[in-house]
Design a protein around this ligand. Structure first.
Ligand code: CTP
Ligand code: MG
Length: 213
């Protein structure tokens, strides 16, 4: 596995980071949204089965259900599968899209997209989300209480880390690894934090959520 840390790209190359950064992180959004949706409708059993630790706080809390966990993985994986179909079944994409100078970073993300990565990133998103809740409970924060950074980023960090396990892309694009795509990762983290804040404030104002975070 070769390591390539890109530092010398031009301004126009940098613009590619926006669409490809979104493309990269999209399975995590499907998974996270899917968990909220599915957690409300089936298998409402809490992942920690209601158990607490010796600090008398719940392990994860009632906000982490098996329905949300499995449903999020399912919807995220379906989303990733559809992304893979779009890249491969519609050949016009592969003809029209050319990525210029930062090909080595973007090609594995776009052309290397595959159902395994969608599944791994969805699993990572839900594991990261559960780890975030675990940390919140250890700090004695109630379910839904505000916890800056963790609230917005736990699922995205999990999805990014698990995307590094995508051996399918590693096999066919040997330069692919998390260090090589660090600009996409940086973009994904920053934009997710911003979008998460905006979405939750809007949902609060529209009375869809009880808290603005
Ligand atoms: N959800 C779920 N199962 C999961 C993840 C999420 O059922 N594994 C659903 C729950 O209905 C949860 C909602 O999605 O309330 C929003 O998720 P999140 O904000 O992560 O949970 P919180 O309720 O805020 O709980 P916590 O304080 O643990 O983050
Ligand atoms: Mg929350």
């Amino acid at each position: 596995m070769s390591l390539f840390i890109p530092l010398n790209f031009g301004f126009l190359d940098l613009l590619w980071i926006i669409p490809i950064g979104f493309f990269y992180i999209l399975p995590a959004y499907f998974a996270n949204g899917g968990a909220v949706l599915m957690g409300k409708y089936f298998l409402k059993t809490p992942m920690d089965f209601g158990k607490s630790l010796s600090d008398e706080q719940r392990i994860l809390g009632d906000g982490k259900t098996w329905g949300g966990f499995l449903g999020g993985i399912l919807l995220g994986s379906i989303g990733g599968f559809v992304m893979w179909l779009i890249v491969f079944i519609i050949p016009i994409f592969t003809i029209v899209v050319s990525f210029g100078m930062i090909d080595y970073m973007i090609t594995p993300i776009f052309y290397g997209m595959n159902p395994l990565r969608g599944f791994l990133m969805s699993l990572g998103a839900l594991v990261g989300d559960a780890v975030g809740s675990f940390v919140k409970r250890r700090f004695k924060k109630e379910r839904g209480a505000k916890f800056p950074l963790i609230d917005q980023l736990d699922f995205i960090i999990g999805a990014i880390l698990f995307s590094g396990l995508d051996f399918w892309t590693i096999l066919f694009y040997p330069t692919y690894n998390l260090l090589a795509i660090w600009p996409l990762i940086a973009f994904a983290i920053i934009i997710t934090w911003i979008l998460h804040r905006i979405a939750n404030i809007l949902a609060f104002r529209m009375k869809l959520k009880k808290e603005p975070w």
